[in-house]
Write a protein of this length. Sequence first.
Length: 200
Amino acid sequence: MAMLASIPLPTIVHMVPNVSKESTVLEISTRSGAETAPADDMQALTRQAESFLYQEAALLDEWRLDEWLALMAPDAHYRIPPLDLPDAVPGEALYLIDDDRQRLDSRVRQLMGKTAWAESPRSRTRRLVTNVRVGSITDDGFTASSNFAVWRFQFDNSDVYVGRYAHTFVRLAEGLRVQERKVVLDLESLRPHGRISFIL
């Protein structure tokens, strides 16, 4: 025991970049390069994104589509890429859905009207949104990704859609708005689902 006590213990050094006693900072990738953001700001953005996404999920589950549409920026896009090409460039691959704001307005009007036969009666849905992560930060907004599961119940059938949301947020005079809403599905095929007749 005396011999063991005489052996000096190694000193453990944790290498943490950009850490000081005054504040903890994180390296955030932006369109123009790397931007240093305080960890407190990062946490605030994450909470803001979480609050927004939870409210969005509630509006969609409750079929308050007009209120949901009001959260979209004038140049908003709602996209669902091909199941086998989630990173495909819009216009270079056949997207399941690729709506600009005008087409999104029409989609909501149709779903809220009486001509959307696939949604008559309307699907009952329940969404879970988790693992919200803020990505790039710009002068007028930021991006966020999250995981989701959407249960859809209709005609005595139930389907589950699982995947990832990629939101691009922009700050406008009226508040935070969605510039792009990309839905990446983890499904290998749409069967037995067969269709996406509601807003994921």
